[in-house]
Write a protein that binds this ligand. Structure first.
Ligand code: PGA
Ligand code: ZN
Length: 417
């Protein structure tokens, strides 16, 4: 049965930082509905699709009433009557309606809300869990259910934590076989880290992604602390747990140099690469995301030559879930994995295109949340459907982060049956 879109509603809700964001409900002619809520970044890439914000006084300019009106007044009339299961046609219609190079007209927040809610409605109509529906409709050639390894950001810095340190994210990557054991391992290390900080009289308050955010002397101190926490929790470094870094280097790249305020020094691209190479020898670092800035292509090439054989080098601000930028990376031998954030590009179809392109060229895939999140868990189902190697969803505190890990454990239980 072809179920068609009958109505689209949208509203302004709050994200995990208390800022407005867009929530959408798509209703089909049979009465089946699907909802979504759009996340928002803080360390956004320069080349991301633009979200629509109202400006003015309300919410310090961050209101999304215009984006909501774009959904109800412009998008809804154009999409009603289309089959909900034809994601490609829906997203093509959205792109035609916007017709701007960066989604600035309708807003990527308005477009993504509709795109994801339609997919959910179609999954509900098909009476399938979302991940199974996405697999069947968007990744039909994938077989089996290998589940993504959690990338859990237990120590926050940079713009997510008042610049406690310069590097934005220090992650643990639990290596156990089951998702349930991985989540347990990560949570136990998180708590061990909390006890360790408390003993040193450091604050145990958390940053935007739920990791601790103590002010520390420089960017290596978090790695030392995490190594101690792993041991204190009874796990073996390297064997049971690896580390991941997201320096988010674009955020402190000024005038061709990487300005590390917590260390009062500034490093060239090559000095940054030397630092990563030294750290990879000292700590079990498996992934480095945005180790260099989004437009430092030549630095990225040298980084990839230096570490690309042994470390997963993930492009986030570098690629912004954009196939054109990813293709440039592939052509120039830059990075070997992509971070996938649906709201960087604005539609599900374009998101999946980036995942497919990565796959075709042997690039790894990490599906990711944003620092401003809601309890929507769409990304977890997307990661599972598309067989992403990693799921990046923050720490083991803050409900909007924990919702993702809990969803992963539910899916793990279902696919094991
Ligand atoms: P953002 O940061 O969601 O604030 O952009 C996340 C990241 O850089 O991975
Ligand atoms: Zn990042």
């Amino acid at each position: 049965m072809t179920e068609r879109i009958a109505a689209i509603a949208a509203r302004e809700i709050l994200d995990s930082r208390g800022n407005p964001t867009v929530a959408v409900t798509v209703a089909l002619d049979t009465g089946v509905t699907g909802c979504s809520a759009v996340p928002a970044g803080a360390s956004r890439g320069e080349h991301e699709a633009r979200e629509r914000r109202d400006g003015g006084k309300r919410f310090g300019g961050l209101g999304v009433r215009r984006a909501v009106a774009n959904v109800t007044e412009t998008i809804a009339p154009a999409l009603c009557g289309l089959p909900a299961a034809d994601q490609a046609a829906l997203d093509a219609r959205l792109l035609a309606l916007d017709a701007s190079p960066n989604k600035a007209k309708l807003g990527a927040n308005a477009m993504l809300g509709v795109s994801l809610a339609a997919a959910r409605a179609a999954a509900n109509a098909a009476r399938l869990p979302l991940y199974r529906y996405l697999r069947q409709s968007l990744f039909p050639s994938a077989t089996g259910w290998p589940l993504p390894t959690p990338m859990a950001n237990i120590l926050n810095g940079g713009v997510h934590a008042g610049w406690s340190v310069d590097f934005q994210e220090f992650m643990v990557l639990p290596q156990q076989r089951s998702s349930v054991e991985q989540v347990r391992c990560g949570a136990e290390i998180f708590h061990a880290l909390g006890r360790l900080l408390a003993r040193r009289k450091l604050p145990v308050t958390v940053g935007d992604e739920g990791g601790y955010a103590p002010r520390l002397p420089g960017n290596e101190a978090p790695l030392k602390l995490m190594a101690s926490a792993v041991r204190a929790a009874g796990y073996r470094l390297g064997r049971d747990v690896r580390f991941g870094l997201d320096p988010a280097a674009s955020e402190f790249y000024r005038g061709g140099m990487y300005q590390l305020r917590s260390e009062q020094r500034s490093l060239s691209s090559d000095a940054m690469i030397r630092r990563y190479r030294a750290w990879v020898k000292k700590y079990p670092i498996a992934t480095i995301e945005d180790g260099l800035a989004e437009d430092d292509w030549s630095g990225w090439q040298r980084l990839t030559v230096a570490l690309g054989k042994t470390v997963t080098l993930v492009g986030d601000d570098l690629f912004v879930t954009n196939t054109a930028r990813l293709q440039r990376g592939i052509d120039q031998g830059v990075a070997n994995a992509i971070l996938i954030k649906p709201n960087q590009v604005g539609t599900l179809t374009e998101t999946v295109a980036a995942m497919r392109l990565a796959r075709r060229h042997g690039y790894g895939v990490a599906v990711s949340h944003r620092s401003g999140e809601t309890t929507d868990t769409f990304i977890v189902d997307l990661a599972v459907a598309g067989q992403a190697e990693y799921l990046k969803a923050g720490s083991f505190s803050r409900g909007e982060r924990v919702a993702k890990w809990n969803r992963l454990m539910v899916i793990a239980e279902q696919v094991a049956d």
